[in-house]
Design a protein around this ligand. Sequence first.
Ligand code: EPU
Length: 429
Amino acid sequence: MDKYVIHGGKPLFGEVNISGAKNAAVAIIPAAILVDGVVRVENIPMIQDVIIEMEILRELGVKVRAVNPGTLEIDSRGLNRFSAVSDLNLKMRASYYLIGAFLGRFHRAEVAMPGGCNFGGVRPIDQHMKGFEALGAKMDTRGGVVYADATEGLKGANIYLDVVSVGATMNIMMAACMAEGQTVIENAAKEPHIVDLANFLNSMGADIMGAGTDVIKIRGVSKLTGGVYSTIPDQIEAGTYMAAVAAAGGSVLIKNIIPKHLDCITAKLEEMGLEMEEVDDSIRITKTGKLRRIQVKTLPYPGFPTDMQPQLGAVLCLAEGTSIITEGVWESRFRYSDELRRMGAKIQVDGKVAVIEGVEKFTGALVRASDLRAGAALVIAGLAAEGTTEVEEIAYIERGYEDLVGKLQRLGADIRRVSVPAVAIPKAN
Ligand code: EPU
């Protein structure tokens, strides 16, 4: 069981290069099987979720290779299966994108789905199912496998999403771009990765308009052909390094970003007293004094992202006064607060609301990540803490952050990844 060991209290200085966006990459990779040709995707983060998806595609017979670090070539011309039911699927939520991709290409799909969710609560896919049904697919779920059948063809439809869902918007977009006629998705999600997937599909020959607004119009085409595409930078990875500076102090140039995508995050950090300076595709963040308390509610884009909520929560533990966080996207996402309390934080959670009373400092402790962003929050707390913090269950963190340890070390952090050999427990008599 590997872990991170952090000797905290060192401010961060220097530059950090932001990788390609995880939540765009995990949609674009399965979407590549819609293409009857060779797809080259650049700026792909080499994270565990991407590696698992590459394996899933290989199991299906798709040729996937990393032509250089960060560039994948995906050739699914030989693909003739629409069934992905291996254990690999159960390792990541984003395997649900295979339903839309298979449906678009073969008008049929069988995809094994993972169960509950790491940050507590359920992660329903009813809006994905509703969208596919509207396009003419018969949907069924048996034994943890989703079956979709549109052998009579996919037909464009008007689909109103009852909740703003990133996954449903992208999944429906994938199937609809190969349907007959026009599909309109209303109340669509507007995240930058929605626009990225639409741009990717359009560059392969799809006809999608309005991505980035809440009405997306898709005119079906009969075929997508290959090409080259480059994924957008990861707004959440960028925000995570900003939060690290806010907690640990220092001044860091966050490079290779689209500053506009970060407005929802930088606005809140500025309100807390951080200084921001935007230069082309970079932002310099500098901590100059004490952090001020804020109130924040997570919302779909362009609101404050739920995927930055735990990291901001860790920072607010060190702000003067009482801050309030309301989780507006997920049922609950505060499991990290128990661990931060072990480091001296004062957080009270009641359902979707966390009340955080600022403390002077964190003290190092042994803590455990419960999901990707919770893990990032613990690393941030560890960087700011007095003493040594050990973060366990780092596999969660490495699902979504490329070279987190290396990037932080280059900023001057004292963080190491330590391999801990599994201890054999003797059998009881
Ligand atoms: N929802 C439904 N029905 C559905 C789909 C969603 O009720 O059919 C609800 C969810 O329960 C939730 C809300 O709608 O309350 C938003 O869910 P959404 O579908 O937008 O989430 P997702 O697509 O499953 C993606 C990211 C998450 C991120 C959310 C929200 C990927 C692979 N995952 O999930 O990222 O939190 O959007 O922005 O893109 C992360 O990166 O740490 C992460 C969890």
